[in-house]
Design a protein around this ligand. Structure first.
Ligand code: GLA
Length: 373
């Protein structure tokens, strides 16, 4: 008997350091948030499926036996997941009803789209008794975003959503796809996200341009007698020898990638040695690289980071995720949270005429589910 009612909780993703590195074959240090999208699935006997998102107040009816791309982006996350799941498993799926809600903010750079796709595939897999392995969910969800939605991203988001454990970071090698869980003891400190409420859209933004620019840098390196698969395989000395062969912009992108990957390797050691301050200093260097060399920050993000620099109860701060909006991530003393948030919210509103949304998060657990009946 197939399950009749299933609830899936799919978390968002934070990333402590290692930004724009996943599609360059480097190392990242992400984790799941303790904020989730909740997907409540029911078997139905109809010839159509109904999906309703209470979060974004949208709904769609579709037939799993007759799927085509929609003009509505949100629907394509769902349609793409069904199409790629059917293709992967060569199965007929049953129609269903799904209600989506939860507390994960949308468009804040916390990967709500990957959370939706991974959670949706997981739930459909359970309803149809497909026994999907984590690896399958990861590769199908990646294909949906890469090929169907058109964001040429890496595997960091899906990986964290699927493999995270409470109170642990994931140290992921995006080239070998091997990972280890790292214990993190933040002591008196908290992770504070500050959402700029600039709703970025990775497709329309310059995200794919960065992917192309990195490919260009790699091509130039390889044309000069190299045989590298990823930019992160090159060391700074070799990159600098080729500086004159590259347009400045392309060199800057490559330099950021090589440096950020190195920073992530050092950051992991700092964390292992409980050197929280040393770790957090690297967050600032990451931000300045993302801002000055990789050019994916924006005025609002820079403002938020700058406001932390002279505050000795904030250890580190940087923009997080794809960029062009979204959140900053901050390591802040628990006693400082209230007054800092109050002050910075006022300043932000005054400067940008926009509200700032503060989010305290802990390191949450990955995708999980319950079969209700
Ligand atoms: C987005 C992408 C990820 C990653 C980050 C930047 O979240 O989906 O694959 O590239 O941006 O680190």
């Amino acid at each position: 008997m197939n399950p009749k009612e299933v609830v899936v909780l799919s978390p968002g993703r934070i990333n402590l350091i290692g930004e724009h590195i996943d599609y360059n074959g480097g190392h990242v240090l992400p984790a799941a948030t303790d904020l989730y999208i909740r997907l409540h699935f029911y078997n139905n006997k109809n010839h159509f499926s109904e999906i309703e998102s209470k979060t974004i107040k949208k709904s769609v009816k579709l037939d799993v036996n007759n799927l085509e791309k929609s003009n509505v982006k949100w629907e394509n996350y769902l349609i793409g997941s069904l199409i790629f799941l059917i293709k992967e498993r060569n199965v007929n799926l049953k129609n269903f009803k799904c209600i989506i809600d939860g507390d994960l903010p949308v468009g804040a750079g916390i990967s709500s789209s990957s959370a939706l796709i991974c959670g949706f595939i997981k739930g459909i897999g359970i309803l149809n008794k497909l026994d999907l392995r984590d690896q399958e969910i990861l590769s199908i969800s990646r294909e949906v975003e890469y090929d169907f939605i058109g964001v040429k991203g890496g595997i960091m988001d899906q990986f964290s959503i699927i493999h995270s454990k409470e109170n642990k970071l994931i140290f992921l090698n995006c080239k070998s796809k091997t990972f280890e869980h790292i214990n993190v003891d933040l002591g008196e400190y908290k992770i504070l996200l500050l959402d700029t409420n600039i709703k970025h859209d990775l497709i329309e933004s310059s995200y794919n341009d960065r992917v192309r620019e990195c490919a260009k840098a790699l091509e130039i390196v390889n044309n000069e007698n190299g045989n590298f698969n990823f930019l992160t395989e090159i060391n700074i000395e070799n990159l600098n020898l080729l500086m004159r062969k590259m347009p400045e912009k392309i060199y800057n992108r490559a330099l950021f990638v090589v440096e950020e990957n190195n920073r992530t390797l050092i950051a992991k050691e700092k964390l292992k040695n409980s050197d929280l301050k040393g770790f957090a200093d690297l967050m600032y260097l990451s931000h300045y690289g993302l801002k000055n060399l990789y050019d994916v920050s924006c005025e609002e993000l820079d403002f938020l980071v700058d406001q932390t620099v002279d505050n000795n109860r904030i250890l580190g701060s940087r923009m997080m995720g794809g960029g062009f909006g979204g959140c900053t991530i901050n390591i802040i003393h628990s006693e400082e949270v209230e007054s800092f948030v109050r002050n910075i919210s006022k300043k932000y509103l005054k400067k940008f005429s926009k509200n700032l949304t503060p989010i305290i998060t802990t390191l949450g657990k990955g995708l999980n589910y319950a079969i209700i009946r």
